[in-house]
Design a protein. Structure first.
Length: 363
């Protein structure tokens, strides 16, 4: 690894470590400043290095041109014509190389300027977002707590878990769509809130897939503590090679026959680190079980792979609409957008539906 790369990596690590420490201590403003400053410093190091590389290229071109000119100057009248012609041809080649190098340098400078502008714009957006993010997430969590009375201490939100802003949107969708079956890819905090929303509706059930047996067990424990086990089922589903139009991907091992028709599909797994386009297989695999009016929620839709997955799903299923919602998620579907539907009044009592027969190996 080159020296400037080592310096960039060190600055990035120190910025992330400092920002994380301050965030843990609730110094979110300082954390944002440290992270932003670190990103700007990394960008400055990159610009400095690329400037040195371009300078070296220009020096080399100037040296080649000077050498060619010297050869012509040193030639006297007694020099045979063939040698003069050869020197002139060499000079012409050097001039051509100079033009090419200058053109390449210009292209690199324009590309570098474009990258710098994009970095500055991205940093400005992130700083503006960070400025309001704590208040936005606190407001969303307050809204959730106002809608439900927890039966036990709540599991943590944020970090790896789904953000409160996205959870509020999903709870609202459940109230409007009135799904009988919610299929969730990736269990956790969101499973508890989805089950809470279904219990408030008075009907429905969430089936959550998780590739981590320990995490699946933890989610079941949380559901039991909140008296929600009758409204949710967490299935251990290890990641297995799965054939898709994009090639083989590692996705959850599922028995489609054991899954009822899905009214709401929430895609929040597998984790990004399990492979490229990790969440894409959700719709191709589960499409036979999607109801005609199924709504799909894709979390982390700000990432490139998730955006591409949403685009492919829209083409493959012929979806009618999609929209970004608060947090980092996108909602997609066919038919009327449930955002325009009224919210039915919750029943005075809620009776849990009977659990569907689970396929072997789900515990």
């Amino acid at each position: 690894m080159s020296t400037h790369r080592r310096i960039q990596a060190l600055v990035a690590v120190l910025a992330v470590a400092g920002g994380t420490s301050m965030a843990i201590l609730d110094a979110l403003g300082a954390a944002a400043a440290v992270l932003t400053g670190g990103a700007l410093l990394v960008l400055m190091i990159q610009l400095w290095h690329q400037n040195r590389v371009l300078g070296s290229k220009l020096d080399a071109v100037q040296h080649r041109l000077a050498t060619g000119i010297e050869k012509l100057v040193e030639a006297d009248r007694s020099t045979p014509y063939s040698k003069l012609a050869s020197a002139a041809a060499t000079l012409q080649v050097e001039v051509g190389a100079l033009r090419t190098s200058l053109s390449e340098i210009g292209d690199e400078l324009r590309e570098l300027e474009g990258d710098a502008q994009q970095q500055r714009a991205r940093l400005r957006r992130e700083v503006r977002s960070l400025r309001h993010e704590p208040l936005t997430q606190s407001q969303a969590l307050t809204q959730l707590l106002g809608a439900f009375t927890p039966d036990a201490p709540l599991p943590p939100v944020g970090g790896w878990a789904m953000e409160p802003t996205t959870l509020v949107e999903i709870v609202d969708l459940i109230a409007r769509v009135q799904p009988q079956v919610v299929l969730e890819c990736g269990s956790g905090t969101s499973t508890v809130w989805i089950a809470q929303a279904l219990r408030r509706n008075g009907s429905g059930r969430v089936i959550s897939l998780d590739h981590d047996a320990e995490y699946a067990h933890s989610t079941r424990t949380q559901l039991a503590r909140h008296s929600l086990s009758d409204w949710a089922e967490v299935r251990y589903a290890p990641l297995v090679p799965t054939a898709t139009e994009l090639g083989e991907k590692h996705w959850y091992e599922v028995d489609l026959e054991s899954i009822p028709k899905i009214d709401l599909l929430v895609v929040d797994g597998p984790p990004e680190g399990t492979g490229e386009m990790a969440r894409y297989p959700a719709v191709p695999v589960l499409s036979p079980r999607l109801s005609a009016s199924a709504v799909i929620v894709l979390d982390d839709a700000h990432r490139r792979d998730e955006r591409e997955a949403a685009r492919l799903w829209t083409d493959q299923l012929g979806l009618d609409w999609s929209r970004d919602i608060a947090g980092r998620a996108t909602v997609l579907g066919s038919g009327p957008d449930p955002a325009n539907a009224s919210v039915p009044k919750p029943p005075s009592t809620a009776v849990a539906p009977p659990a569907p027969a689970a396929a072997p190996g789900h515990e």
